[in-house]
Design a binder for this molecule. Structure first.
Ligand code: PHE
Length: 339
């Protein structure tokens, strides 16, 4: 039994020395000190040893048990500490890494430009109104001095819903809607979506306009020009100039097309203005007296001016955007530039 104890001792101490993990050490503990472990089994055999030898054997066995236990405890402490260090190293957080930022949304460039434009006109005393996108022929054309079969209908490629309704081709029908229901003075701007069967790099079948209408006593072309000059300065830059060119719209007389000095080259000539230094931004004119009368406003007492501008066009000029389709693709790389 004496040799047996000695050999268990050296096997156990070697196993402890070789163990490198806490679970390995636990196996050693079970193998020698567990319920049916080798030391425990010898303890049970003590009863078979002679009375004289029993105390010495018991003491020897107990000493070995204590040695194995303390060796196990010492090694366990070491292994657990290194396991803890390894775990801490693996779980370490690098506080110098950049944080996760949540992407912030931004307003669409067309929304930004619309708000900019409306702000300018609100500052000049205009109010804002909106109207239907499916519009009757009466408001979209007839009350704007474009009777059925009038050749001016060809100016706008129209989507017809049926014989009497169209997708509005411009925001001008709101002029008629407002003038038939409101007595002057009128100062209103009308933003909205409009539709035309037209599709290329600068035209989209769905686009946006802002209509302007002022009706009062003694309104002249000078009022129109002053209003639009102020708009151009505030929208683009204080050195921006406008010019009026004669044009034709059935609902204004006289009619003009309005150009601004190019926002990109400030009039020197560049790609955006095709070398002319000027870009067209809107159509306008003095409200045709025939329209005033059709809408129930006395054209001897009142006169007015109106204008209609394309939002996409203004945004393209302001930001130098080459293709109208960029507004509708919702490519984040495009949109985030307006953050
Ligand atoms: N409605 C015209 C268009 O879409 C623009 C316009 C509005 C012209 C008001 C004159 C007056 O082309």
């Amino acid at each position: 039994m004496k040799e047996k104890i000695e050999s268990i001792k050296s096997v156990a101490l070697l196993a402890i020395e070789q163990a490198t993990t806490s679970s390995g050490l636990n196996d050693v503990r079970v193998r020698f000190l567990g319920k049916s472990g080798e030391i425990t089994s010898l303890m049970k055999l003590l009863g078979t040893v002679s009375k004289e030898e029993r105390p010495a054997m018991g003491k020897a066995l107990n000493d070995v048990r204590v040695q194995i236990e303390s060796a196990l405890d010492a090694k366990t402490a070491v292994v657990e500490e290194s396991e803890k260090q390894a775990r801490l190293a693996a779980e370490a957080v690098d506080v110098t890494l950049p944080g996760k930022t949540s992407a912030k949304g931004s307003l669409h460039p067309l929304t930004l430009v619309r708000e900019d434009i409306l702000r300018v006109f609100l500052g000049m005393g205009f109010s804002v109104a909106e109207g239907p996108e499916i519009e009757s022929d009466l408001y979209n054309f007839q009350l704007l001095n474009v009777p059925k079969d009038h050749p001016a209908r060809d100016m706008q490629d129209t989507f017809y819903v049926n014989d009497n309704f169209v997708l509005r081709t411009h925001t001008s029908p709101m002029q008629a809607r407002i003038m038939t229901t409101t007595q002057p003075p009128i100062r209103v701007v009308i933003p909205g979506r409009v539709y035309r069967s037209d599709d290329d790099a600068s035209h989209s079948p769905i686009f946006h306009q802002i209509e302007g209408l002022a009706v009062d006593k003694h309104i002249t072309v000078g009022d129109l020009e002053g209003c639009l000059q102020t708009f151009a300065e505030q929208m683009f830059s204080s050195d921006t100039r406008i010019r009026l060119r004669p044009s034709y719209f059935p609902f204004t007389e006289p009619s003009v097309e309005v150009d601004v000095t190019c926002a990109i080259c400030h009039g020197k000539g560049c790609r955006v203005c095709k070398g002319t230094g000027w870009v067209e931004i809107l159509g306008a004119g003095i409200v045709n007296p025939a329209v005033l009368e059709m809408c129930g406003i006395d054209s001897k007492e009142y006169s007015g001016f109106a204008f209609g501008l394309g939002l996409e066009r203004i945004a393209m000029i302001k930001y130098g955007i080459p293709n109208i389709k960029l507004f509708y693709e919702n490519d984040v790389r495009f949109l985030e530039q307006f953050n």
